[in-house]
Design a protein around this ligand. Structure first.
Ligand SMILES: [Zn+2]
Length: 458
């Protein structure tokens, strides 16, 4: 087994190479034992819980390898005595909504996000939607520190008895009803949406039936030619073209597993995800906002209170849960809400954005200029070894005053009118650079300086 399948906050690897049937079997045993220990640890009535079948909700993305891994996962969960709620192909927000409402003991989404089609993986949570740090499970799996004994009583007990489609459709209805209550849109918006071929398209079709005033052009609602990553420029061509050709109000693009969203304005221009956060904060006025290091200056200035965390959904979700914050977001297009049990809800974010624009009476680009006037670089990636990154960090530290430096996430230098951040990706062997400045000239200058730090060989 290769240890590198254990990322900080999920498991990812090539199917049948790093992740195979044997791995899934070990993972299931370790996960169930981990959950059982967690429950026993916090339980007042030990005996009652000892006999409890763990309730696990499972979903997967559209990829063929995910389907294969999913089938093995399901078989293993059942044969190890869990009550499985089998959602099949599902977008992450619905998976989370149902896990939260159902108060599952554990939930597993089979996906490798936007990695290539050879990859699969597991995003896992406990107590509904609470993320699990992989560190806690890794050793159990690698060293096989779990009991192989399946307690017979688990197997004879009645398992989850409703069919999967019943349960899933029921939650989909509840989810859509909850959206309907929270959103008020009157204008007949003309928009285009690219669902990247995931289940988001199916959910959106049902959402739009309820919120019927929209005119929606649809891209990739079923089959999709482009890959899952909305941030790849080549994947954005069709949506940009459609906005311009049809003179639409705006466009939105989801990723394949439905937990990220990015936007395009009425000119077909890509909108920086940080600016979207600024718009949402301006319109929704949360008491506090939890964001990662690369969230821009405007969002920080508009927020009543801005709390910075490391990049990665686990860190933001943990912080939100701890503080009971209403809202959080990342520069990558992940937007989190307390109401979806402290997880992503990009469909809600999309509708809310329309509502906010409608109230303002402005076009998307006009509102943007007002909410976020600052200049941002596109995220730049560099292939790096850990050692090299350490050297770069040391070099940067020698060049700036200590009070300008933050090391919450990689290294960040913050001045009055600009900042830059270099941080390691949690999922790939890359270091990412983000820069923001109050003027175009400063942006150019800082980008040059930051890049020089990276490229200089010491
Ligand atoms: Zn995703």
């Amino acid at each position: 087994m290769k240890e590198n399948v254990f990322k900080e906050y999920d498991i990812r690897g090539r199917w049948e190479k790093e992740i195979d049937e044997k791995f899934v079997a070990d993972f299931v045993k370790a996960f169930l034992e981990y959950l059982r220990n967690e429950i026993l640890y916090s339980a007042t009535d030990e005996l009652r819980l000892k006999n409890k079948n763990l309730k696990i909700l499972i979903s997967r993305d559209r990829e063929l390898v995910s389907k294969k891994a999913y089938n093995v996962l399901k078989k293993e969960l059942i044969s190890n005595g869990s009550k499985v709620i089998d959602f099949g192909e599902t977008a992450i927000p619905l998976h989370n909504f149902a896990s939260g409402k159902e108060k599952t003991d554990g939930a597993i989404m089979v996906t490798a996000s936007h990695l290539s089609e050879k990859y699969t993986g597991f995003k896992i949570s406990k107590n509904g939607t609470e993320p699990v740090r992989l560190e806690e499970l890794k050793n159990k799996i690698i060293k096989k520190e779990f009991s192989n004994r399946i307690e017979n009583e688990f197997l004879t007990k009645k398992r989850f008895n409703k069919s999967e489609t019943d349960v899933k459709n029921n939650y989909l209805k509840k989810y859509i009803n909850s959206l309907e209550k929270k959103i008020k849109i009157k204008k007949k918006w003309r928009v285009v949406i690219d669902a990247s071929g995931g289940e988001t398209g199916i959910i959106l079709n049902k959402v739009f039936k309820k919120i019927s005033k929209l005119e929606v052009k649809k891209i990739c609602f079923q089959k999709c030619k482009h890959n899952d990553n909305p941030l790849e420029i080549k994947n954005q061509r069709e949506i940009k073209r459609t906005i311009k050709k049809e003179k639409l109000d705006l466009g939105a693009m989801f990723d394949g597993d439905g937990d990220r969203i990015i936007f395009f304005d009425e000119r077909g221009k890509f909108v920086n995800p940080s600016s979207i956060l600024a718009i949402l904060i301006k319109g929704m006025k949360p008491k506090e906002f939890i964001g990662n290091t690369s969230v821009g200056m405007a969002a920080r200035e508009i927020a009543n209170k801005f709390i910075e965390t490391r990049t990665g959904h686990v860190f933001i979700k943990e912080e939100m849960r701890k503080r009971k914050s209403e809202m959080g977001g990342e520069h990558s297009g992940h937007i989190y809400f307390k109401e979806n049990f402290y997880t992503e809800d990009p469909i809600f974010a999309f509708l809310k954005l329309l509502e906010i624009l409608e109230k303002s009476g402005k076009k998307m680009s006009e509102f943007l200029k007002e909410a976020d006037p600052y200049f941002k670089s596109e995220e730049k990636n560099f292939r790096f070894s850990e050692k090299h990154f350490q050297e770069v960090k040391e070099r940067i530290k020698r060049s700036f005053k200590a009070e300008k430096i933050s090391e919450i996430d990689g290294i960040k230098i913050k001045e009055q009118n600009w900042w830059f951040n270099l941080r390691e990706s949690g999922t790939e062997n890359k270091v990412r650079l983000n820069v923001e400045a109050k003027s175009k000239e400063e942006l150019k200058k800082i980008k040059k300086i930051a890049t020089a730090f990276i490229q200089k060989k010491s």
